[in-house]
Write a protein that binds this ligand. Structure first.
Ligand code: SF4
Length: 338
């Protein structure tokens, strides 16, 4: 039986270290460079948000960490070190044994995550397959977790099928299943996108409470900046497959160092004070990720672009003690390269 200690071990090493990760998808038109030189840490016991427009690579990064990639995907460089083991060098069997145990995931659409022809009870018991407990004890744990995520009358509802619950209730069940195994890292891929605003707030508070109780880390993918500000300790901003800025949430939201981060924040409906019929947008589109790119990936849309941005890829500069960004303007401003 595993020890149930809600306090995560203190460690000098982050729980998850992604380093210089490059990932391509093969396509009939050529190789799509979906992740480029991505480096990111998830410290023990912290919640790290990944934000960016659609097509920025946030979900691809989450699925790469989980090892849930289609056959045409190929990691071409880098490492994903989780609990001091590089996931990319593990055998398929060793990696599978981490899933649903040390690593767990909540998907965007709870209906596709749950098996529609099996009861919640059988799915919640199956997910505890790593545990050396009897069926009745596993059932009792499942009922307790359903109660904690706010499913009314869990004793009888546990025998229901997924279609007998509303969308919000299904997502609560998915959270219950993901946390039932007490993972050290939970990956949540836009778990509130399919929910209305009220349910979204409830789910975010629930996730935060359970994360504190279990002591796990969370990698939280979202395009909703308000949710990330509310939930996360740290944030990484992705654009066209690259992490362009990362650091403590308070620093990035108050003093963003990268023009793309500033543009994203200016377009956040939650920050717009004046009444308007037209929400601001970032002019232009996320570029195609086919083929190699020269210069700063954001330069075709950046209002501050200058000559150097077109031919030289920016390095990473320290904006604050716990904030780095990739932009030539930071070099001009005398910031230190990392
Ligand atoms: Fe804009 Fe140049 Fe900075 Fe890229 S490097 S964000 S193009 S100023």
């Amino acid at each position: 039986m595993r020890r149930e200690d809600p306090t995560p071990p203190m460690s000098a090493h982050p729980l998850l270290e992604v380093r210089n990760l490059n990932l391509d998808f093969g396509s009939p038109r050529g190789r799509v460079h979906a992740l480029r030189n991505v480096s990111l840490d998830v410290p023990t016991g912290q919640i790290v948000g990944i934000v960016g427009e659609s097509g920025s690579g946030k979900s691809t990064l989450a699925y790469t960490v989980m090892g849930l990639l289609p056959e045409n995907a190929q990691v071409t460089a880098g490492s994903i070190v989780f609990e001091r083991r590089d996931l990319l060098t593990l055998t398929a069997q060793a990696r599978r044994s981490l899933m649903g145990d040390r690593l767990s995931m909540i998907f965007q659409d709870p209906m596709t995550a749950l098996n529609p022809v099996r009861t919640i009870e059988s799915q919640m018991i199956d997910i505890q397959h790593h545990e050396q407990r009897g069926r009745s004890e596993k059932r009792a744990r499942a009922i307790d977790m359903l109660k904690r995520v706010g499913i009314p009358d869990p004793q009888s509802r546990i025998g229901n099928y997924p279609h007998q619950f509303s969308g919000g209730m299904r997502q609560r069940i998915c959270i219950a299943m993901a946390l039932l195994v007490r993972p050290s890292l939970l990956i949540a891929d836009e778990p509130t996108t399919a929910l209305d605003a009220t349910l979204e707030v409830q789910i975010i508070h629930l996730l935060k409470d359970l994360q504190r109780e279990i002591g796990c880390s969370i990698l939280f993918v979202s395009h909703h900046l308000g949710v990330v500000a509310e939930l996360c300790d740290r944030v990484a901003v992705m654009y066209a497959g690259e992490v362009v800025e990362q650091g403590a949430v308070r620093d990035i939201f108050h003093t963003p160092g990268h023009p793309y981060t500033r543009a994203l924040l200016e377009c956040d409906p939650g920050r717009i004070k004046q009444r308007t019929r037209n929400l601001p947008t970032i002019p232009g589109e996320v570029p195609s990720m086919l083929g190699s790119k020269k210069g700063c990936i954001f330069h075709p849309r950046c209002p501050h672009a200058f000559d150097r941005c077109v031919y030289e890829t920016p390095g990473e500069y320290r904006v604050a003690a716990d904030q780095v960004a990739r932009c030539h303007l930071l070099d001009r401003a005398g910031m230190v390269a990392t």
